[in-house]
Design a protein around this ligand. Structure first.
Ligand code: 9MR
Length: 362
């Protein structure tokens, strides 16, 4: 498997380099514009797309300065059975990043869902859960020591509607291991002291009950000396303002206002935390009007998020969760990404490029 993947990658890169020589880019290069504005421009990347689509590789290398493995470093890929680690796919994305001189952003070390079945079977078994959590975080973070700029250490732990009695989601880790978040961060820091350690979540980009709870949780972690260095604002948005759609994450959530997002970024930055936009996409699901109007509304959301990130120098990464509609985790007919399914840059791409072009470092 490893040999196969490495061969496929080499082949794809050779093809890309040849293609790059033949076709001079006529579009803006976001990674260069981002660099001038003091910002990484990131994208999630999926291993399988490299195998059948050399254009995928070419555009990823050309446009982005940071890469996150969409699924390749999750527990399902790296520890598919108890104690048996497999880094084939995670290494593949690291190699992509190194080849294209991109920053590698690890995702993720601990999540309450989408875990392998052997792990789910340990639910409620406190001693076993502590053992496997510590071993997994230590083993994975150690393997990428010195190579990962950052890790999403804990993903999506906070309730969508936290109450004064309960902030954290009930999942395999909680409440069995009540301090699992602290434990994951401490273990990751011991394994890779240089990596910036992030808490990453959705529906917490603006000001609301969930983002308040996350703010308080991070503040408390910092006060207690837990090594947390950053916060990821996922930013899976949809057009429109129908909050009933919040029930279905595939549809995304309406974006917060620029003011709310900038204010949330500021309060997190004031805690000393680096802020990353980690998983931006803007679905057409809640949109109304013509295709042209939806493309325009979508561009405005992409622009507002970028403007909010540029408003604070602690916001250092503007990252999309996949860059091309046809490979989106959302339905591709929701057209959530920067490029259409034929690799044509969309109005949201042009807005991002233009805004970066007009920006100097904050
Ligand atoms: O895009 C990812 C999809 O391919 C996976 O099936 C899914 C489960 O592992 O995870 C998706 O990525 C999620 C990310 O890891 C965390 N935030 C929400 C993302 C979209 O669901």
């Amino acid at each position: 498997m490893a040999t196969h993947l490495s061969f496929v990658l080499q082949l794809a890169i050779i093809t890309s380099c040849a293609a790059a020589r033949e076709s001079q880019p006529t579009i803006a290069i976001l990674r260069d514009l981002g660099k001038a504005a003091g910002l990484f421009i990131g994208s999630a990347a999926g291993v399988s797309h490299f195998q059948n689509d050399s254009q995928y590789n070419l555009t990823l290398g050309q446009q982005f300065s940071l890469v996150t493995p969409e699924n390749a470093c999750k527990w399902t890929a790296t520890e598919p059975s108890n104690g048996k680690f497999d880094f084939t796919e995670c290494d593949f994305i690291l190699n992509v990043a190194m080849t294209f001189k991109q920053v590698f952003r690890g995702h993720n070390l601990c999540w309450g869902v989408h875990n392998p079945s052997w792990l789910q079977k340990l639910a409620g078994n406190k001693t076993a859960l502590i053992d496997v959590l510590t071993r997994h975080v230590h083993t994975v973070a150690s393997r990428y020591k010195g190579k990962a700029y950052a890790w999403d250490v804990v993903n999506e732990a906070v309730l969508d509607n936290p109450t004064s009695n309960q902030t954290l989601k009930t999942n395999i880790w909680y409440p069995a291991v009540s301090n699992y978040i602290d434990l994951a961060f401490k273990t990751a820091h011991e394994a890779d002291p240089q990596a910036k350690l992030f808490y990453n979540d959705y529906n917490s980009e603006g000001l609301n009950g969930k983002s308040n709870a996350i703010y308080e949780m991070l503040k408390s972690m910092i006060q207690r000396g837990i090594p947390v260095h950053g916060v990821g604002l996922q930013s899976h948005f949809t057009l429109g303002d129908d909050f009933t759609k919040m029930k279905n994450p595939k549809l995304g959530r309406p974006a917060p206002s620029y003011n709310d997002m900038a204010a949330n970024i500021k309060r997190l930055a004031d805690l000393g935390l680096e802020v990353h936009i980690t998983e931006l996409d803007v679905s057409f699901a809640g949109g109304t009007g013509t295709e042209q109007q939806k493309l325009q509304q979508q561009a405005e959301v992409y622009g507002n998020v970028l403007k909010a990130c540029l408003s604070n120098k602690m916001c250092k990464n503007y990252e999309v969760w996949g860059y091309i509609d046809k490979y989106s985790w959302r339905k591709s007919n929701y057209e959530p990404d920067l490029f259409d399914s034929n690799y044509k840059p969309k109005p949201c791409f042009d807005t991002v490029a233009a805004m970066l072009q007009n920006k100097t470092v904050v």
